[in-house]
Design a protein around this ligand. Structure first.
Ligand code: ATP
Ligand code: ATP
Ligand code: MG
Ligand code: MG
Lengths: 164, 165, 164, 165
């Protein structure tokens, strides 16, 4: 029914504003809009995302990482409406910088009290943030094997100094 | 309603019996390119009833069966079991553990089982109704879904909100 | 003309076999085929890629990283036919594991004697492999600034031990 | 025929005069998401004559002009210059340095310059003919090109071989 959909939409919209601002910054502008309010059940949904004072005219002007983070904010907004018992993320952190990877992992940690998270990654910071880690490898040609891995020795400090 | 473990045999690159335990809140899966990480995600989708081969990166469903290598023949069947911890009795079944199994034989025949008893796919669907568990859940997220959200192809965003409503 | 195209195709094909095998392994199977040899100038081109003893029926069965590496092999094959004076890679290493990142950077290093490479990345190993590095940052809200960075202190050792 | 440097002003997020030197074989560009790294790639494409706004991630070409923030008004024009080291005389010009400049004004007028002298876009194209330099070169590679190669949309692969032939 239209009412049920509009109620769900409003809740997702509120969630989106909150999640987007925690993934970006508190004074960022964002919104979800029903582009054709006259017929909401047929209308598509627009995402307005304006990180840090920028004025992009559409999502396509955002950077690769900003777009990914915006999509993740939308997905978490749905999750908050109706939490799934488990969430699986397949290398979602690939286009993100270190700061955004950390923010994503913090949100995952927060929601992981309610749901189980399975995170596939190549990113060292993400590896350091999980509770247990399994390594998948090619046991013999073309056949997968699995083994639990231990994260005992790990340093990934990167010091960038400005020289000019 | 948590996962307890996943058992894979003959599914894509997992030719051999493999068990993955999911006892923690946040489980990480790592490994080289092509080792089989995304295949684990496919296995979970498949055992939850995924019917679209494209969602599993395949041309046809029979391609989920381990198709052999130079040193090992193709498998006769693909079998995946997902075991849930049901101690909170969220699923309407009398057991502490609920195990769903899906099998596809080279002949094209397929089978579904609930706690090792043959059942129909719709039994599995109705078991999970209202729990938010299903192969088309917005909770299994790869880069394809991120792209679909950004392109908003076929009103993807509205469809996802309708599904969660 | 058809002859010129077929000669170029043959050379790209030979290059592809060589580059693919250096990005994957020496005994990997690969090929480029004109799917409709009867009318080569209209026919599309198929890529056959079978890493390490696997038998994927099509490119789509390969993993994310394997596909990216295969596309990179194709691009380098074109490059060897007609070297461009510069090459710009925008975060191509994002889906690659550590071993493949290292292989990619080795090939870049080799070709960089002939051409200039500009590499955009979030990957620490790639950062360690370049000659000079510039950091782009948001100088004020929404305005980009640039500064040269120094890579003096950098460790990214990751020790994974099998526990079972 | 190497790059010597790139000068950007008023182009996308580079509101202020920015110079990037390319003296080394392998130059790395790093920074946070949204800082402007891909915009540098767009600037190089644009000054080499890119005419398709979609290739620059834009709906219309006028969007390359810095469009302002809460604290700074939009720029009156976008200007990018790419300076080549021509000491090997690969380019048919009598200078050791060859500078190509492209300007787009808010009015929609655009200008091209070769060593600060106004010229036409076709002069820039013919300057670089046979050198392998151009905005549509297969040497500027992002994830979009990787995807086009894998999908082989519109015979992308054959088109690339024809271009290199
Ligand atoms: N039916 C099958 N039989 C055997 N191998 C298969 C089958 N289907 C897919 N594979 C193989 O599984 C591999 C893909 O594994 P997967 O996509 O899980 O890799 P991945 O670990 O996610 O890698 P990446 O880090 O690159 O994403 C491919 O090399 C593919 O050839
Ligand atoms: N005309 C313009 N005026 C002002 N800012 C603009 C303009 N066009 C694009 N931008 C801004 O530039 C930013 C994008 O920068 P860019 O794509 O270069 O980021 P990036 O460094 O490549 O990031 P990532 O690591 O996420 O790929 C966007 O936030 C966008 O809003
Ligand atoms: Mg994968
Ligand atoms: Mg970018």
């Amino acid at each position: 029914s239209t009412t049920k959909y509009l109620e769900a939409f409003e809740e997702v919209r509120e969630n989106f504003k909150m999640v987007f601002r925690s993934l970006f910054t508190e004074d960022d502008d964002c919104d979800l809009v029903i582009t054709n309010p006259g017929s909401p059940l047929e209308s598509d949904i627009g995402i307005i995302a304006k990180p840090k004072g920028k004025r992009p005219q559409s999502l396509s002007q955002l950077s690769g990482g900003e777009k990914t983070l915006t999509a993740i904010a939308f997905l978490f907004s749905l999750y908050l409406l109706k939490p799934a018992p488990f969430c699986i993320f397949d290398e979602l952190d690939a286009p993100l910088d270190d700061t955004n990877v950390e923010k994503l992992n913090k949100i995952i940690r927060k929601f992981s009290k309610e749901s189980q998270f399975i995170i596939i990654t190549h990113n060292k910071a993400t590896m350091a943030a999980v509770d247990v880690m399994y390594g998948v490898y090619m046991e013999q040609q073309g056949i997968s094997g699995l083994s639990q891995v231990d994260f005992r020795s790990f340093e990934h400090d990167l010091v960038l100094e400005r020289v000019s | 309603m948590r996962f307890s473990r996943l058992e894979i045999k003959g599914f894509k690159s997992f030719a051999n019996d493999t068990v993955i335990h999911f006892n923690e809140n946040v489980t990480g899966i790592v490994g080289p390119n092509g080792s089989g990480k995304s295949n684990i995600v496919d296995a979970i989708r498949w055992v939850l009833g995924e019917q679209k081969s494209a969602e599993l990166r395949l041309d046809k469903m029979s391609s989920v069966i381990f198709n052999g290598t130079k040193n090992k023949k193709p498998a006769g069947m693909a079998q995946v079991s997902l075991i849930f911890d049901n101690t909170k009795n969220i699923l309407p079944v009398d057991y502490n553990e609920v195990k769903i199994t899906r099998i596809l034989y080279q002949s094209g025949e397929s089978e579904y089982r609930l706690n090792n008893v043959t059942c129909r796919l719709k039994d599995i669907y109705s078991l999970f109704a209202d729990t938010g568990v299903g192969s088309n859940t917005y909770a299994i997220i790869g880069f394809g879904m991120v792209e679909d959200l950004l392109n908003n192809k076929d009103n993807y965003r509205r469809m996802m909100i309708e599904q969660a409503a």
